[in-house]
Structure formats: structure tokens, C-alpha cells
Design a protein around this ligand. Structure first.
Ligand code: ADE
Length: 234
């Protein structure tokens, strides 16, 4: 898989993408992540990437030209190729006005060959970017971040860990929260008794059928307690 990120803060991605699972996935060639600085595609001598909003109002709006130029240049195409490009690449705008990211959408995106993520900043981004360049608008939750960068990191992290081979034990991916419609059962490790807080007896017994049944019950219990909406029980 190839992921291109378009941002005016490319350095924000250095450490999160260099470490742990994402770092290893790139080292092993399972994903190629390129971070592109939108400012390098700004046309004027001040490399201006934002401007005042038409109609007035607070803050600045990200200009369309540098963003279109960056994306077209990275994929080596022109305006007349835009529709063809959008069939080949999922061009995703990270915005609080987008479709809420969930594990279903993550699975869908993990099956794509190429993702382009556009990070908005400031008060907003010229609407023509969403209208003519993007195939999707995605939000990571109903709250407002200071920009799309952290949202893009969230999206990349959960998509990349679904690429076959990235997570060593695929079973842990297929059994985790949300994949089966409810939250994951609780896990314990040694010591079996910590300050008098004991690990449930059933897990120490080695009866795999009983353990399976207990885990299913616990998953349902914790989902009912914390996320009844997932069971349609709100
Ligand atoms: N940019 C600002 N807030 C955001 C959010 N919740 N999701 C995606 N991008 C954002």
C-alpha cells in the first residue's frame, strides 16, 4: 500500500511514523508513506498557503491552488486527469465535517492500493478542494482538532495495522474490539494475584471451551456497560 500525506506541517509526522508498528511496517516494505509539504507548491514568492475568507469572518482559509498543485504533481497528472485519478486513488480530506471513521471504514480503506490524505488547517479549507479533488471527507470524531494532521495519523495507524503481515498475530486483529460488533473481552497476565486482586479463576484452569464462553459473556457485559449503542440498546 502507498499513502501520501499532504500537510503544511510535515515535521509533525516524523516521530509517530518512525516508531513502533508504523516504522517497522515501512522498513519491511509493507507500506510506503510519503509526507508532502503543501507550502512547496505555493506559487507566490511568500509561499502563501492561506488567505482571508470571502464574505468575511474570523481566521484564514487554506487556498486551493497549492493543494491541487501538490496532489496533481505527486501523481504526475493534470486537471483533465482528475476524474481518472479519483478512480485510482482514494483522496481523503480530514475534516470535522467528514464521515465518522469506524472500523468498517478502516477495513475498506485497508483494501485500497493508494490513499492520499489532505490535512486541513486554520479555520478551514477552500470548499473547491473537497468538491473537485477529494473522493471522501473523513472525521475521526465529533470534536474539533487544531488541524487534520493528528486525524491523519489516527487513520494511518488503524489502516496500516490491518495490512497482512504488519501485526504478527492476525488472530489478535480479527478478535479485537469493533470487528465483531462489540468490545473485546478483558485480558490478564502474570501475576495471578496482585495486591489481592485476583485473575478470574476460569482463565487459570486451561479449559478452553469454558474460557471461550467466559470471554464471550464478558465481551457482552462490558459492551452493555460502556457502549450500549453498539448493541442497539441505548
Ligand atoms: N480536523 C479538525 N478536527 C478534525 C476531526 N475531528 N477529524 C478529522 N479532521 C479534523
Amino acid at each position: 500500500m502507498r499513502i501520501d500525506i499532504f500537510t503544511i506541517f510535515p515535521r509533525m509526522f516524523q516521530s509517530p511514523f518512525g516508531e513502533s508498528l508504523l516504522g517497522k511496517a515501512q522498513e519491511r516494505g509493507l507500506v510506503r508513506i510519503n509526507v508532502h509539504d503543501i507550502r512547496e507548491y505555493a506559487l507566490d514568492k511568500h509561499r502563501q498557503v492561506d488567505d482571508v475568507p470571502f464574505g468575511g469572518g474570523p481566521g484564514m482559509v487554506m487556498k486551493p491552488e497549492p493543494i491541487f498543485k501538490a496532489v496533481l504533481s505527486v501523481y504526475d497528472c493534470s486537471f483533465s486527469d482528475l476524474e481518472k485519478l479519483k478512480k485510482r486513488v482514494r483522496v481523503i480530506l480530514l475534516t470535522p465535517r467528514g464521515k465518522r471513521l469506524d472500523q468498517k471504514l478502516v477495513h475498506e480503506l485497508a483494501n485500497e492500493e493508494t490513499l492520499a490524505l489532505i490535512c486541513g488547517r486554520y479555520e478551514g479549507i477552500d470548499e473547491r478542494v473537497r468538491e473537485h479533488l477529494c473522493t471522501d471527507s473523513v472525521s475521526v470524531g465529533d470534536y474539533v482538532l487544531s488541524g487534520g494532521e493528528i486525524a491523519a495519523m489516527v487513520l494511518v495507524d488503524c489502516v496500516v495495522r490491518l495490512i497482512p503481515g504488519v501485526v504478527g498475530n492476525q488472530e489478535s486483529v480479527s478478535e479485537e474490539s469493533f470487528t465483531c460488533g462489540y468490545l473485546e473481552y478483558p485480558q490478564y497476565t502474570r501475576p495471578a494475584d496482585y495486591r489481592g486482586w485476583k485473575v478470574p479463576e476460569v482463565l487459570l484452569g486451561g479449559n478452553h471451551q469454558e474460557i471461550k464462553r467466559w470471554r464471550k459473556e464478558q465481551a457482552l457485559k462490558i459492551t452493555r456497560e460502556l457502549r450500549p449503542d453498539l448493541l442497539g440498546e441505548e
